[in-house]
Write a new protein. Structure first.
Length: 115
């Protein structure tokens, strides 16, 4: 499989050409380290958990860092805006709607980190 991180999304291409790639919005995913397997981590989406295994522990930390940085950049871009423009009000309303939609998704009735 081939993985690409770009613009806040992780795209996972499958080994066969007849399956479309999975495209995950990192804003709605959680990265979890695996304390028992130092070179492994999980990416938890709203409907599935993806288990990744890196070549070594250092490569695993690099992947986790890339995913977290891409998620942070996407979040920062989502909240960018000039407070003096009318567009900012539209962005704020859209942001509220998105947050509300995400909170209503199955499984989002509790914190994914602390239960």
């Amino acid at each position: 499989r081939k993985c690409i991180v770009k613009n806040g999304f992780l795209t996972i291409s499958h080994g066969t050409a007849n399956r479309p790639p999975a495209k995950l919005n990192l804003l709605t995913c959680q990265v979890k380290t695996n304390p028992e397997e130092k070179k492994c981590f999980d990416l938890i989406s709203h409907d599935r958990t993806y288990h990744f295994q890196a070549e070594d522990e250092q490569d695993c930390q690099i992947w986790i860092s890339v995913l977290q940085n891409s998620k942070e950049e996407a979040l920062n871009n989502a909240f960018k805006g000039d407070d003096n423009t009318g567009e900012n009000n539209i962005v704020q309303e859209l942001t509220k709607e998105i947050i509300s939609d995400v909170q209503r998704m199955p499984g989002n009735d509790m914190c994914c980190d602390c239960g």
